[in-house]
Design a protein around this ligand. Sequence first.
Ligand SMILES: [Zn+2]
Length: 89
Amino acid sequence: MLARLDAVRVRPVAAAAAHVPVRPGWQCAGCGEPWPCQVRRDRLLSEYAQNRAALGVYLGLHLADASSDLRREPAGDLYARFLGWLRPT
Ligand SMILES: [Zn+2]
């Protein structure tokens, strides 16, 4: 019950502002670029600055979902798009 009350108080961020992926094409809702777009990548890097391993897991889960939606995309291209831009710290 408490969790439900808290959830009501949280104002949802508009999809466009959040730069979230639109399935099944995996374009960004905010800018139309292939997700994760540059804006989202920058935000993820700052959100996960203290936990890059968790960012890798987060992106890996999205890669798995995208792989099932984008079956015609070469796996190497999808990997580069979702995980290849991450630099080791
Ligand atoms: Zn975007």
